[in-house]
Design a protein around this ligand. Sequence first.
Ligand SMILES: *Cc1c(COP(=O)(O)O)cnc(C)c1O
Length: 506
Amino acid sequence: MLYHSTRDCALQANDVEAIISGLAPDGGLYVPENIPEFDWREWMALSSQEISAKLLSIFFPNLPEVSELVRRAYEGKFETQTLTPTVQVGELGVLELFRGPTSAFKDIALSVLPYLLVAAKNVAKEDAETLVLTATSGDTGKAAMEGFADVPGTQICVFYPDGGVSQIQRAQMVTQEGNNVHVYGIRGNFDDAQTGVKKIFAKAQNADVAKTQNNEENLPYKLSSANSINIGRLVPQIMYYFAAYRDLLKTGKIQSGQKVDFSVPTGNFGDILAGYFAKRLGLPVGKLVCASNSNNVLTDFLRTGVYDRRRELKKTISPSMDILISSNLERMLYFLTQDSQKVQKWMNDLSEVGKYELSAEQLADLQEHFWAGYCDDKQAQETILQVWEEEGYLCDPHTAAGWRVALDYLRESKQLNATQNDETNPAQNVMVVLSTASPYKFPRAVLEALGQKPAGDDFALLDQLYQLTGVPVPANLADLAGKPERHLAVIEKTQMQEAVFGLANF
Ligand SMILES: *Cc1c(COP(=O)(O)O)cnc(C)c1O
């Protein structure tokens, strides 16, 4: 399948090149030239792994033996054979995406990405070592290192905002083992980390050009990315929308063909964009509900058509969504307009002025698929408490945002239905909330939500939360406390390039 940059249709790459490079050379993101529709009904008898292999073979047709690749990627790493179970909690379906090795939804794709990259390099006969650059708001970094640790031919370098992640998230990263992993805290926020990584890509690109022109020395690595700017991160995430639909069919919650709405806690728009891909592939997806925290730039955008990042980034209890520059939205803008010049203009405006605006017609098109809301910390804590007391289900602060906004959407659409003629209105769709992290990654916020006084550091809180709820602590988190801290460097955000180019001397 052919891909091209969101900012220039003439900048093409095949699937293998797109995975290897991560970002298009002009700073745009790779998008597939077409998304084929097919009969999803045939997939409803398949296992999650089989669905995953089907998706990989559609989007990455040049990669051989994808079934075997998927088997190796997931084998023995998840708590359940289905990988991403959908459970019923009251009126809502809950799609549990945190049953993997680092207890957050990033595991679904980052278990696969290293295998995709190695396979792509084999096909391309690319011998150069790959340096995987990763900016993380807390969960991507650990999941990426877990996937890439000691993978031959790769180095992995992670930047996280110092003080901007939970103590458990930090501990997961700084204790990471493996001879090819590099971890830096930066004095800055996630947007700084992500922008810094993009700048390093641009610099390496220029260095490549300089090298061919002047025969100069150069980074001994090819850069790639484990962030959802890499299409290899995005595609494996499509699987669980199909798996959820399959599981709802199996339990009789829906009839075949009935539409399902999904509420997605959103930061970089990668998770929810995978839902849009599922819809384009033909799955009966209704509304995709975009749930934000107080960093509600996407809520404003999807309601007004104005994207305005000129606001203070707030630290919240759902740090993986503390993002103002939502990178995958760029792909959605391309699908919306099919106009790479327009996307390029908007992205220029975003970086130079800090804002851009859709036309009324474009906004209406977008709202066909998406509804948006946000949930502040207080509302998230109320939701955690309410879901626990009423349903006996323990959810993390990111999931709580998805939950709250799902209920807001249901309330609004019910009112809308009630004011219209009943006969013209179908019954409400079934709603599925994506649960993106284990509550044990954020024990302090969860205990406070449950009205407890957290006593001690986050490691002590794991036990306190367990004693209170009886919900099992994921093994990977229970093991953290005794592990030595190996990566203590904290640098200025302006030192990211130095850090990366310094790795050349390893
Ligand atoms: C990354 C993350 C999100 C946001 O996902 P995006 O793909 O960036 O929109 C939500 N919740 C958790 C727990 C995460 O780690």
